[in-house]
Design a protein around this ligand. Structure first.
Ligand code: NAD
Length: 500
């Protein structure tokens, strides 16, 4: 059974859900988080990692459990958000993790196989190979925006690589954490996967533990703290962070089609997606056409907002207030603001729904063009030449995703090679994250390291280099007492007669 430590004051009394109790009084997160870690570390010392058979069977159970718990999980996510579209949850949090588990099981045997490496003739007939070993006890810190996917897929890859895992989910989705913890308890023994619940104070204690690897998904600001904490113990980190992912629309691409794909990607989960299109670069003379097409598409997707179960709420009052402030600041500083509220509804603050909103002509230093938006607001930025648009992107921190709309192969290659982003999607948005065989991760300020695909397995594995000497070998030639024989050999391998 999976042990769960609950240290979140907003989340009831500390306790356990299933399995042996590892709870601790509130106010002592350090000690209890440490205790959960120590228990797992002890198991690692005694039994090391998981066999191939164990990994395969646990992953199969995980896939089955996600299916069986779908309804309970979706209800919990929706309760945490206020309203989260049931279909968005099914697509992003149920289907994608199940597909990932299936993909991992299909490839695991091949990934685990030792890789033969070249051996120089000088050392033949010795052999070289790389073997993949589990790292040990891995810590995973996950955010609230896709609270299932962003916990379950890292767990699946960590377990696939044979590790033991301690998870710290976000305190902003406590109901989801509770149900997910119970589900994980059904799937995993407590010494394979355990959950530690709690807020930032628990996150801080967690990130100071001497894990064998720390995998963090969250904001760039918190990522900085996590990396600093991990540095004290020289714990290697994977940071899956956020940022402002641009969309660049070439004028030769049908602007309606681009606007349609941008609207779908932007408004999924009400823009609360790490790879959501953050802002769009459109050539000056196409702004009006883009705006009209976005309005049309948005109206088609969400003809009503307040009572529309397809349209997701903003996760908390704090995030809701922040988004409204971004719009107000841009408006007071001269931006044109267009709210797409087709039925002209009043959106009560208690429902935390924000209409899809276009913001055109905001000054460059407005917060909406500086901060990651993480909501259904879309600034439109204009450019005149493609090179200017590329320069605009390159003058800002490297984004997690880049979306380019064009059908000209040379220009597509140019944009992909002249910009640096974690991933990219050509002529669509978001879909690169759903490709099981593609790595997913950021670069620069949007993160370091990646998972999904074979990279997911390697992120959680140690590649151990092994040189295996053969019974008959030439090693005696390289050892003292040095004489003419080694000199001749060195002349030969270095490629010239050397001074004696
Ligand atoms: P966040 O950084 O506020 O929190 C993430 C997790 O870190 C939570 O579990 C939180 O409790 C914990 N935490 C908070 N303070 C901590 C500290 N000082 N030390 C250790 N842990 C701490 O992020 P969020 O608001 O939950 O998520 C939104 C952000 O995450 C956005 O920036 C988004 O772009 C990013 N994100 C990135 C990806 C990705 O795959 N790259 C995916 C989803 C979200």
């Amino acid at each position: 059974m999976t042990a769960a430590v609950n240290l979140d004051p907003s989340n009831g009394t500390p306790g356990t859900s299933g399995g042996p109790s590892r709870s601790a009084p509130l106010g002592a997160p350090d000690a209890s988080v440490r205790a959960a870690f120590d228990a797992m570390k002890r198991t690692w010392q005694e039994r090391q990692g998981l066999s191939y058979a164990e990994r395969m069977s646990l992953l199969a159970r995980l896939g089955d459990a996600i299916k069986a718990w779908e309804e309970r999980l979706a209800l919990a996510v929706s309760a945490d958000f206020g309203n989260r579209s049931r279909h968005e949850t099914a697509l992003a949090e149920i289907f994608i993790p199940i597909a990932a588990v299936k993909y991992i099981r299909k490839h695991l045997r091949g990934w685990m196989r030792a890789e033969g490496r070249e051996t120089s003739w000088l050392f033949m007939p010795a052999k070289n190979k790389v073997i993949h070993q589990p790292l040990g006890v891995v810590g995973i810190i996950s955010p609230w925006n896709y609270p299932l996917q962003l916990a379950l897929i890292p767990i699946a890859y960590a377990v696939a690589a044979g590790n033991r895992v301690l998870l710290k989910p976000s305190e902003l989705t406590p109901k989801t954490s509770e149900v997910m913890t119970a589900m994980l308890a059904e799937v995993f023994p407590a010494d394979v996967v355990s959950v530690v619940n709690g807020g930032p104070e628990v996150g801080i204690a967690f990130s100071h533990l001497p894990f064998d690897h720390l995998f963090f998904t969250g904001s760039t600001g918190v990522g900085r703290h996590v990396m600093r904490a991990a540095a004290d113990n020289l714990v290697p980190v994977t940071l899956e962070l956020g940022g402002k992912s641009p969309v660049l629309v070439h004028p030769e691409f049908p602007v309606d089609k681009a606007a349609e794909r941008v609207a779908v990607g932007k408004l999924f989960n009400a823009g609360q997606t790490c790879i959501a299109p953050d802002y769009v670069l459109v050539r000056e003379d196409q702004v009006d056409a883009f705006v009209r097409a976005f309005e049309r598409e948005s109206t088609k997707l969400y003809p009503r907002l307040a009572d529309n179960p397809d349209y997701t709420s903003i996760v908390s009052d704090r995030h809701y207030a922040r988004l409204n402030k971004l719009v107000e600041e841009a408006r007071t500083r001269g931006a044109r603001v267009i709210e797409v509220n087709p039925a002209g509804e009043t959106l009560p603050a208690a429902g935390r729904k924000i209409a899809p909103t276009l913001v055109i002509g905001a000054p460059d230093d407005a917060a909406i063009l500086q901060e990651e938006i993480f909501g259904p607001l879309l600034p439109v930025v204009t450019y005149s030449r493609l090179d200017d648009a590329i320069a605009y992107i390159n003058a800002r921190p490297r984004p997690l995703a880049l979306y380019y709309f064009d059908r000209d192969g040379d220009r597509i290659r140019k944009v992909l090679s002249e910009t640096t982003s974690g991933g990219a999607c050509v002529n669509d948005t978001l879909l690169h994250v759903g490709q099981d065989d593609l790595p997913f991760g950021g670069v620069g300020r949007s993160g370091m390291g990646s998972y999904h695909g074979p990279e997911g397995f390697y992120t959680f594995s140690h590649k151990k280099a092994v040189f295996q000497q053969s019974r008959l070998n030439t090693v005696g030639l390289l050892s003292p007492p040095f004489g003419t024989r080694i000199d001749r050999m060195l002349d030969f391998v270095i490629g010239k007669a050397r001074r004696r």
